[in-house]
Design a protein around this ligand. Structure first.
Ligand code: MG
Length: 312
């Protein structure tokens, strides 16, 4: 039994839901294209760790993203464990049709809080993206899909710089009004600091129940875990991370992108906060994908644990 956090941490959430981003967000941002069978093995290893949510693949237009043309084969090949949500990105109604046919029950839609990012990323205005999702969400809800929404560039945009908190709230409220189950607020370029996280979390909580809010931090500038702690102090208990820190930052070549799952678990478990996830098993999945990619991983906790276990 772990010891509950004391002092100023006593009011933190006692349990955190960790949403694993490695197989989709992570691999999509790797230059190497991983074979379908290796993806399936990787997802199955992650499933073994107790992760409650694994973002598995994306039903984007085939050929739009070379790393993700095998969504059907991946969903058909993985072992779906009871209690694990296998989340799939769905950009439009056509993608929803494909996801449904593949036996998917949890979907995600993605937009951003910055017009220029949305334009370059999905070639739509924010308003157009919300319009496109309204059909996906309406049909998805009627059919009983669990639906997550992503809002990228919520803390800063690679093209526009600062993003107004009011704009994040506007997009979040629009998605929530459509009936989305959970919203993940993303720091796509890793510029957020704890004070900004508190500001955004406070503003969002005036409009939305905290239970529906997740945060997705990138560690590009080393602030991801500090931002997690700040968000937890605001009552947020759902965080996205990527095993090994998979997926670089396309806007800062060579820099780390997604917060690493091992780093997040190391901090939470060390504070006596439960996740239900076995760090050693996540590490095994990371070791596997590191071998497939043929490159070292950026996760500090992963590398420290690997070094400790190979030292004689
Ligand atoms: Mg990410």
């Amino acid at each position: 039994m772990s010891i509950p956090p004391a002092g100023s941490f006593a009011a933190l959430p006692r349990r955190i839901k960790v949403c694993e981003m490695g197989p989709r967000d992570g691999l999509q941002n790797e230059s190497a294209v991983v074979s379908t069978s290796d993806k399936i093995r990787y997802i199955d290893l992650l499933s073994d760790s107790g992760l409650p949510v694994i973002e598995t693949t994306s039903f984007v237009r085939p050929n739009a993203i070379p790393q993700l043309t095998d969504a059907e084969a991946v969903m058909a090949g993985i072992v779906r464990r009871a209690g694990v949500t296998y989340l799939c990105l769905v950009p439009n109604v056509r993608g929803l049709d494909r996801a449904r046919a593949a036996g998917v029950t949890s979907i995600a839609v993605f937009t951003a809080a910055s017009e220029s990012f949305t334009k370059r990323n999905i070639n739509m205005t924010i308003a157009e993206s919300l319009q496109a999702f309204s059909d996906v969400i309406r049909i998805g809800r009627a059919e009983g899909f669990w639906i997550r929404g992503y809002i990228s560039t919520a803390f800063g945009c690679p093209y526009e710089g600062d993003v107004a908190t009011a704009e994040v709230v506007r997009v979040a409220t629009a998605l929530a009004d459509m009936g989305i189950d959970e919203l993940s607020i993303g720091d796509t370029i890793g510029v957020a600091t704890p004070a900004k996280v508190v500001e955004v979390a406070e503003a969002l909580q005036r409009q939305l129940p905290v239970e529906r809010l997740a945060m997705h931090f990138h560690d590009t500038r080393g602030t991801a875990l500090a931002n997690v702690l700040a968000a937890m102090q605001m009552g947020i208990d759902i965080f996205d991370s990527s095993a090994g820190g998979l997926g670089g930052c396309p806007y800062a070549p060579g820099a780390s992108g997604n917060l690493a799952t091992e780093d997040l678990l190391y901090m939470l478990h060390g504070m006596g906060i439960e996740t239900g996830v076995d760090l050693e098993r996540v590490r095994a999945a990371s070791r596997f994908i590191s071998g497939v990619l043929g490159r070292p991983l950026t996760s500090r906790a992963y590398n420290a644990l690997e070094a400790a276990s190979t030292r004689t």
